[in-house]
Structures are given as structure tokens and as C-alpha cells.
Design a protein around this ligand. Structure first.
Ligand code: ADP
Length: 467
């Protein structure tokens, strides 16, 4: 199917709509105004005829008991100009003055010109001259009768027709100006809607070609279009983030593997060449390096499993206080090595969780607390129980974390001080795993710390979602 540009479709539809509206308004107003004007003219004609009768009745002089026929003649002739042909009778119905008798030629001329005029201009009116009889009354007494013939149902003279056509011309001008305005508005409106959409399409096309830096820029007044562009920007941002993460992961893994692999291969080569003796210490060093690689692989494997969407949780009711004691006990010898005071305090808190995974969370946090503590400090697990949540807080009095690193410590391979941490053997994945497990339990984790004073990792596990 042939596709037309949205701009054209919108503009054409808008103009069509306005065109229909203008035509309907024009037709209706034309019909209504004409009808209204015709009934006004008809009414006027009746009023004029009434006035004529009243005027003539006033010509009757009671004292002289007669009609002033000069006046009647004057009135009759001027009425003729307005298309009224009159006949005056006395109270005994005797004809006193008759316009047709008086000037038959003029009367017929007037009648013919009116009839011709109206038949030309209003052929569907089917009008004709009709006679209307009026009683002429003075002081409550009938003093005569008047027959008035005029073109019925109404007669419009040249000025009336001019007025009507002026009105129609005004309607046409208004219609044309509105149509022109509608075209301009239609194009502007279509542009306003289409511009951001085509810009968004451009951005999406650029993104699909792998350019994740592109963003939609510029202000938009329409709420829905603004939301659309924001959604596209957000999508570009997350794609960019994913892409960066993917790149960083590859380079980090390579980087992490390079040192131990290089160490092992140089030792091996030298031992194979007979340059170095394969002493138990050297083999132990190789084994240590090998262990680092193997730890890294299992960390990565665990992380992949944690971050996969279908992380299966085998939930059972767990007493977090008891679990904390078990974890702390497992670190007994390492705590002793660094002369650290390991404590577990707090409330008994029962919650439905995957015991193995939550133990992993505690183990990673306590392991870090020990790793990043100088000799002689305190490592503490505090359990708090509220109506809605179970809160696990792992606190140490170690080296602390700078506030700008609070969020970054949960990223893969992120280490606050690389050279120092390499010595501690950390790969920067422990907290990423912790966060993944906590999120799988619909919980949250945050860190509070002061450099040189210690750190506190707070895990909040909701009880409702754990059911
Ligand atoms: P690692 O295996 O390097 O410990 P983690 O993901 O567990 O990796 O931690 C990431 C980084 O966060 C660590 O390298 C360290 O710099 C910092 N960190 C974690 N826990 C603590 C802590 N308790 N005290 C100080 N720094 C910490």
C-alpha cells in the first residue's frame, strides 16, 4: 500500500474538516438569513398596508362628512410607487377613488414590472398580486372600505436584493478567509505534530544502527509527544548503559585474567626450561594464581545465574538472627587472625527467603567487612524486625568508603582502590551478587559509610513480597 506522509494526511484532513464546517455554516446561515429577511419583508409589507388604511381613515372629515379626494389621490399615487394599488369605497361601498381607473397604464406598468422582477429573482415563489380588504374606521365607526392589491407573499425591491447579495458576499469572504486560515493552521499543526515524530524516527534509526549516543533534543509542547521522545531517550540511555557494561565486562574479565595467567605461564615456562626449580613454594604460588582464576570464573558463573531473569528462589521460613550467628561462626578463624570482634545482635526475625542465597549475602558482606578492616576492630551483624520488613545491617569499623563510591561499589568489578584491593584478592563481584540476590527478593540495599571510620551495609527485605 502506498504510504503518504503524515504531514500531508494531517493537513488535508484538517483542511477538509474545516471546509465541511465552513460550507455547512455558510449554507445554514445563508438559508436562515434569507428566510428571516423574507419574513421581515413580508411583515413590513403588511404593516405598510395597515398604515395605509389607517392613514386613509384619518382623511375622512366627520364634519364635512366626506373624503378629501386630493389627499386620497396623493396617498394612492405614492402607494403605487411602493407596489400598492388601492381602491377606496365609501361606507355604502361606492367607489370613490381607484388607482387603476385613475392611471390604468401606470398601474399595469407597476404590476408587470413587480411581477416580472419577482419571477426572475424568485421563480419558485409563485407569487401574484392579491387583494386585501380593510375597513376604514374613525372613532369606532366604519367610514369606508379600502382594497389594497400587492404582490404576495412578499415583494422585494432592488435595495432589498442588493442587501441580500451584499450579505452573501460577506459570507463568501468570511468563508474564504477562514479556509485560507485553516490551510495555514493545518500545515502549522501538522508540522508541530510531525516534526518531533520524524525527529524521533531519525533518533530510533540512528540507535538501530548502533549509535547509542543520539538523543532527542528540543522542547515539545504536547504531553504525549514529549513522553514519546523521553521514552526514546530513556531507551537510548539504557542501551548505551548496556553497551558500556558489555564492553566493560569483556575488558574487565580480560584484565582480571591477564595477571594470573601471565604469572602462571611465566613460572611454568621457566620451570619447564629448567631455569627455576619447581619448589613447593613456587607450585603454591602457581596454585594461588590458579585459584584466583577459578574463583573469578565461579563468581562470574554465580553472577550470571543471579542476574538471569529466572533466578529460582527456594523459599523457606528462616530465622535471620540464627542464620547471622552461623555466618559469623564460619568466619571465626579469619576474625581471630585479624583480632576482630565479631558480634551478632538484634531481634529475632522470621521471614520467607531462600536461605542459601541470604546466607551468601551475609557471607559476602561479612567477608568484605573483615577484608576492609584493620586489625583490632569490630564486625557486627544487626538484625531488626519491623511489621513490614526484616533488616540486616552489616557494620564494620574499617577503612570506609567515599560517598561518591556508594552506588558504584555494587557495579561489577568496581573496586574503590584497585591496587590495594588486588592484594585483598577481591574481584569486585561480591557486592554485585549481593545486590542481585536482594533484588530477587524484592528488597533493597544501601551503604552508609565514613572514610576511616567504618561502613554499614543495610539490606531491607520486605515480608509481604516474600510470601
Ligand atoms: P571485592 O571482591 O573487591 O571485595 P565487592 O563487590 O565485594 O568486591 O566490593 C566492591 C568494592 O567495594 C571493594 O573492592 C571495596 O573497595 C569496597 N567495599 C566493599 N565492602 C567494603 C567495606 N566493608 N569497607 C570498605 N570498602 C568496601
Amino acid at each position: 500500500m502506498r504510504q503518504h506522509s503524515m504531514r500531508t494526511v494531517l493537513a488535508i484532513r484538517f483542511v477538509l474538516l474545516v471546509l465541511i464546517a465552513i460550507s455547512l455554516i455558510s449554507i445554514f446561515s445563508n438559508v436562515l438569513i434569507t428566510r428571516q429577511f423574507e419574513s421581515y419583508v413580508e411583515e413590513e409589507q403588511k404593516i405598510k398596508a395597515d398604515d395605509l388604511a389607517k392613514n386613509l381613515a384619518n382623511q375622512y372629515h366627520t364634519q364635512e362628512n366626506g373624503w378629501n379626494l386630493d389627499y386620497v389621490h396623493g396617498i394612492g399615487m405614492s402607494a403605487l410607487d411602493d407596489g400598492f394599488i388601492i381602491k377606496l369605497y365609501d361606507k355604502d361601498d361606492n367607489s370613490l377613488w381607484d388607482a387603476e381607473n385613475h392611471d390604468m397604464r401606470l398601474c399595469h406598468e407597476v404590476m408587470e414590472s413587480i411581477a416580472l422582477d419577482m419571477q426572475n429573482k424568485r421563480p419558485d415563489l409563485n407569487g401574484s398580486f392579491m387583494m386585501h380588504r380593510y375597513d376604514l374606521i374613525q372613532a369606532g365607526v366604519v367610514v369606508g372600505y379600502l382594497d389594497i392589491s400587492y404582490y404576495s407573499p412578499y415583494y422585494m425591491d432592488e435595495t432589498d436584493f442588493q442587501f441580500m447579495s451584499a450579505l452573501n458576499r460577506i459570507l463568501i469572504v468570511i468563508g474564504s478567509v477562514s479556509l485560507f486560515g485553516a490551510i495555514v493552521m493545518g500545515v502549522l499543526l501538522a508540522n508541530q505534530i510531525v516534526k518531533p515524530i520524524s525527529k524521533t524516527v531519525d533518533v530510533i534509526q540512528q540507535i538501530s544502527q548502533g549509535d547509542y549516543h543520539t538523543r532527542f533534543q528540543g522542547g515539545i509542547a504536547t504531553k504525549e509527544l514529549y513522553e514519546l521522545t523521553q521514552a526514546v531517550n530513556f531507551m537510548a540511555e539504557s542501551l548505551e548503559e548496556q553497551e558500556n557494561l558489555r564492553k566493560r565486562l569483556t575488558s574487565d574479565v580480560a584484565h582480571e585474567l591477564r595477571t594470573p595467567v601471565a604469572n602462571i605461564s611465566s613460572y611454568m615456562e621457566m620451570m619447564m626450561d629448567g631455569v627455576l626449580e619447581p619448589t613447593p613454594e613456587r607450585l603454591e604460588t602457581c596454585y594461588y594464581e590458579w585459584q584466583r582464576i577459578s574463583d573469578l570464573i565461579s563468581d562470574l558463573e554465580r553472577l550470571r545465574q543471579m542476574e538471569s531473569e529466572h533466578l529460582q528462589l527456594h523459599k523457606t521460613e528462616v530465622n535471620l538472627l540464627e542464620l547471622s550467628e552461623t555466618v559469623m561462626k564460619n568466619f571465626e578463624s579469619r576474625l581471630r587472625e585479624k583480632q576482630l570482634d565479631g558480634q551478632v545482635i538484634g531481634d529475632m526475625s522470621l521471614i520467607l527467603v531462600d536461605q542459601g542465597r541470604i546466607q551468601q549475602v551475609m557471607t559476602n558482606l561479612v567477608s568484605n567487612a573483615i577484608k576492609y578492616s584493620d586489625d583490632g576492630g569490630t564486625v557486627r551483624i544487626v538484625i531488626k524486625d519491623t511489621k513490614k520488613n526484616s533488616i540486616i545491617s552489616v557494620e564494620d569499623s574499617g577503612i570506609g568508603i567515599a560517598s561518591q563510591d556508594f552506588n558504584r561499589v555494587f557495579e561489577r568489578f568496581y573496586r574503590t582502590d584497585k591496587s590495594r584491593n588486588r592484594k585483598t584478592g577481591g574481584s569486585g563481584i561480591g557486592l554485585t551478587i549481593v545486590k542481585a540476590i536482594v533484588q530477587a527478593h524484592k528488597g533493597t540495599i544501601k551503604v552508609e559509610s565514613e572514610e576511616g571510620k567504618g561502613s554499614q551495609f543495610i539490606v531491607i527485605l520486605p515480608k509481604i513480597n516474600s510470601q
